[in-house]
Unconditional design. Sequence first.
Length: 518
Amino acid sequence: MKSFNPIKRGYLVLEDWFNLSFTPAWNPLYHLGTLTFFFLWIVLISGLYLFIFFNSSIHGAYASVQQITHGQWYAGGVMRSLHRYASDAAVVTILLHLFREFALDRYRGFRWYSWFTGIPTLWMIILLGITGYWLVWDLLAQYVAIGSSRLMDAVPIFPEAMTRNFLEGHLNDRFFILMGFLHLLGQPMFLVFMLWFHVRRLSHVSINPPRGLAIGSFIGLLALSLVMPAVSHEPADLSRVPATLHLDWFYLNVYPLLDYWTAGETWLLTTSVTLLLMLMPWLPRKRTGPAAVVDLNHCNGCGQCFDDCPFDAITLQKRTDNSHWEYEVVVSPQLCAACGICMGSCPSSNPLRRADQVLKTGIDMPQFPLHDIRRQTDAALAGLQGEIRILILGCEHGFDVTRFNGPDTVGLSLFCSGMVPPSLIEYGLKKGADGVLVSGCRAADCYFRFGNRWLGKRLAGMRKPVLRNRVDPRRWRMEGASESDGAWLKRELDAFRDSLRELKAQEPSPERQGESHV
Ligand code: HEM
């Protein structure tokens, strides 16, 4: 029985509401990383437009931004607003992305790397926003500049106190051009590098959200830009202390702390929070199970597991055992998430094979090998009674299917639905189940990224290994259910049982039945 986690449960309910409004395919909560990429594209394109008209000198910057905003409101003004609001939207999606990984416990164990590299990436984006506000050179920019200088002065790496430079009006064009360079080139290039680093350990990474979601988000940003255009404050004036400022809390949230704390205290807080967030995968640590193991006697180097691995843990290399096959696969234990998807994708993972002793396959999970899965399936089916007997193959990260165990139903819990070789369904039916239900994570939300997607394709005959045509499609079903979807899954199970009962009623009597139903 899984322990109750209120944060995870609450988040799953929220996702459920979004699924009802957007459908799982378009649920923005399933596409937070790709939406962030999409917003960053808008920021980049609108930024390039603004750059054409921007004057990067300290005396010309403000006037050029005013001209862009009001002189050509229909183009430059809209671009400026898109630049601002897409940047804000990116921070919102990043924070939701961060919270989602935390709430669903997808930040520890083998995922430490993505989490650890995500935090500095978030800071990089915030720094990019800060230099952007600086370039407008209005009263808000002045506030940011003085606050930033106070923070810099607390770090003993600059020869002169920067704050004094500002207050004495020594800010020159060279410094302003440096800011422009950082915002327009230096920081974006570094961000691209950090984003590449962030997703480096994942395979088949998609950086584009579904088209409908992208178009909808863009229309939303455009509407906001037209209704509430982004404007500047009054021009910077170092002899004035601004009375009221409209802060962008997504980017400038650290600065108000300087009204109450010293720069040192502000550094202490931000660095401590950052370090704490980065260390979270080890507080406490989550152990990943033993890595997949390759058995070259049963591997022909077809590369299906290499292609299916969601975490780039499998590579193909030239054969080392003098066999006539060209390639063999190698598993990196550091990258392996122990999801078992590779086992499900191996053409040798076939429980229907005759094996007098131990059933072997090309790539297997030492903690739950195919042989044990077959043995447990046999034992589970042997204990079933009743008119309609159902075997449920469930993912341990979705709804716990063993909770449906009863005289006529038995659940077998696997690491991931992608661990199911299609022949296991055929095997279950052959060994006495009237129907096999596979229950993975919710659609579009696999704990191991692609388990339910790959299995769905295998069962639809679109990805190897496929389910053989001779298996009656009315005798198996594939569903997706999180731990809060128990009532719904129960209804699906009951409906499946009813359909199997009807099917049985239509079948010829056993005496006239020549073959098994498989
Ligand atoms: C700064 C902008 C960010 C962008 C554009 C971004 C984007 C992405 C993308 C596209 C993925 C791959 C998702 C997939 O294909 O399954 C991903 C994975 C991930 N991100 Fe981010 N991310 C960002 C920041 C962060 C932050 C701040 C965190 C948290 C500290 C974070 C934590 C993760 C984790 C844990 C994964 C792994 C998910 C998995 O293994 O299923 N990311 N990110």
